[in-house]
Write a new protein. Structure first.
Lengths: 250, 320
């Protein structure tokens, strides 16, 4: 009997489909790495991941647990020191698609990974901060975010802190902001519009549910698609080829 | 006879790290100078400003031990293994440890080290427009680009009083060779007013000279070299040992309880005389589980010059 499809599997498959035709992807470990690997076998045969640690063209013999895992280095095509990675690759605008994570996102696609509640000087919840997110947001051609929770506390009207900015509402920014937001409820896209628009809903989800879970009055595309559930082939690749030990799929 | 800069970890830290100094401890999840941080804790050196791009449990430990006045950083999570609770308690005002945070992005920290190494007055960076970070960090400023007339963000140079890095190997003078993920090891070393390097192995001169391109830090800028096997643990060293993922995960769980980090320090750091004793306390099974196999690099030919071979020496070497 085939096990039921998990939320992680749905998010990974949706992210992989959005990577169709992409080539140079900046990704972290876990779901983004898995999505890029699935895309390589399905919709983006020429895709290559660049990690923040400077590893490019990684060919690890097992799944890495962090971006600094030495398993990524053995057999890799290149390892760049960080000034070159951040100077030439990221600021030099060599990244097609950057994957970022965050605690909060707003309608324009700005991200908060710094703090929640209170003030910057005395936050209620201090988060890890930018890392390289500010640079990836500014210089990647497009930015994808996968959020495991779609609630008014994660898709918010006002960010508690704008770590990585998108242009909009009087805010200037070097980059375009988040261009794809993938959640357990659907996919939001920002192409020509000045804010994220609901472009498809996930299997079994209706538009009203997505509106109710979003912290701002959600704009909806003229024709909202129904995302096709993960196919048998996508699930087979994920479960049997890419992550048979369920390291990332959990 | 060229300088021999080999010393003990206790000697290097006592000589170069003084209360009130700015100390960089770098290594991007790899080649992390953990043993050096522990020695700073053992010597109870306080009032330090610690520079570290990507924090890990070392920062929790230094804060808990009362060594830290300020932190200069761009990522304050526990690598990819959860929260640093001691640090969070300090920043969220739930602790008697008061720590100031001078916060940048990775790009900003790298730019600061590069400017420090090259003795530049500031370094331009194109990513801060629209971020709230410059509004809470007065050191991120704007200047007018003299060529285009546009505004551009700049960050100040960072010149730590002491830069401490870990690497695979060095010779006795302090020529440092490293491979794998190199992070900012070279840049932070050149930025430092003094430089301590801990290495897995001290090797003979001819090992270094057989592959000069692998030298990331030349001996001229190094003050102390310390042989310190397993000195990066629980972070990995390419070709020597793997990362202890379990330790990273468990640290974030353990740190949740107030006082737990203090008790850990009493047992494992302040309760041990040096790094060797700490490793002995962890037990041989830790080293055994992190063992790695062999994957050697190919060799390159640097070329043996035949021109000065009038006396036949070079030609002889070539055929030997």
């Amino acid at each position: 009997m085939t096990p039921p499809v998990s939320v992680t599997e749905v998010l990974t498959v949706l992210a992989a489909r959005e990577l169709a035709g992409r080539r140079i992807v900046f990704a972290g470990i876990g779901l983004p790495t898995l999505a890029a690997a699935l895309a390589e076998l399905t919709v983006a045969p020429d895709i290559e991941i660049i990690y923040e640690s400077g590893v490019t063209g990684a060919h690890p013999i097992g799944l890495p647990t962090t971006i600094s895992d030495s398993i990524l280095v053995t057999g890799a095509e290149a390892v760049l020191p960080m000034p070159q990675l951040f100077g030439y690759v990221i600021q030099g605008q060599r990244i097609d698609t950057g994957f970022l994570g965050a605690a909060q996102i707003d309608r324009h696609g700005s991200l908060n990974s710094t703090m929640i509640g209170g003030s910057y000087a005395r936050p209620e919840h201090r988060l890890p901060g930018s890392g390289g997110a500010i640079e990836v947001m500014a210089h990647a051609r497009e930015v994808f975010v996968v959020m495991r929770r779609h609630t008014p506390q994660t898709l918010v009207d006002q960010l508690d802190f704008v770590t990585s900015p998108a242009p909009g509402t009087g805010r200037q920014a070097t980059g375009r902001g988040v261009t794809r937001l993938i959640t357990p409820l659907g996919v939001l896209t920002r192409d020509l519009d000045d804010e994220l628009v609901l472009s498809s809903v996930n299997p079994g989800v209706d538009i009203g549910q997505v509106r109710a879970a979003t912290g701002w009055p959600l704009k909806v595309a003229d024709a909202v698609g129904d995302a096709e559930p993960p196919t048998a082939e996508e699930l087979r690749l994920l479960r049997e080829v890419l992550d048979p030990g369920r390291i990332y799929l959990r | 006879m060229a300088a021999n800069r080999v010393t003990t970890l206790a000697g290097a830290v006592a000589t170069y790290v003084k209360p009130g100094m700015t100390v960089a401890l770098e290594g991007f999840g790899h080649l992390v100078p953990t043993a050096a941080a522990h020695e700073i804790i053992r010597q109870r050196i306080g009032d330090l400003t610690i520079c570290r791009m990507s924090c890990d449990m070392m920062i929790d430990q230094l804060i808990s031990a009362g060594c830290v006045r300020g932190l200069v950083s761009s990522f304050i999570g526990n690598s990819s293994g959860g929260s640093l609770h001691e640090l969070r308690r300090a920043l969220e005002g739930r602790s008697d440890r008061v720590v100031t945070l001078d916060e940048y992005s990775h790009g900003g920290m790298i730019a600061r080290y590069v400017a420090g190494a090259a003795k530049l007055p500031f370094y331009p960076i194109r990513s801060y427009d629209g971020s709230d970070l410059p509004t809470v960090n007065d050191s991120i400023r704007q200047v007018t680009d003299p060529y285009s007339g546009d505004a551009v963000s700049v960050v100040p140079p960072l010149n730590p009083d002491v830069s401490i890095i870990h690497a695979q190997r060095a010779d006795r003078r302090g020529n440092v060779q490293a491979w794998g993920i190199l992070g900012v090891q070279q840049d932070v070393a050149f930025a430092g007013r003094s430089v301590i390097v801990t290495v897995e192995e001290i090797v003979d001169d001819d090992v270094i000279r057989a592959d000069p391109n692998r030298t990331i830090v030349p001996s001229q800028i190094v003050d102390a070299v310390v042989e310190c096997p397993f000195g990066s643990y629980p972070a990995p060293v390419q070709g020597y040992y793997d990362r202890d993922d379990v330790f990273f995960r468990e640290w974030s769980d353990m740190g949740r309880a107030e006082g737990a980090v203090e008790r850990w320090l009493d047992a494992f750091v302040r309760g041990t005389a040096d790094h060797a004793e700490y490793l002995a306390l962890l037990g041989p099974e830790v080293r055994a589980k992190l063992r790695v196999g062999e994957a050697f690099s190919g060799r390159v030919n640097y070329g043996l010059h035949l021109r000065p071979a009038a006396d036949g020496a070079a030609a002889d070497q070539e055929v030997s």
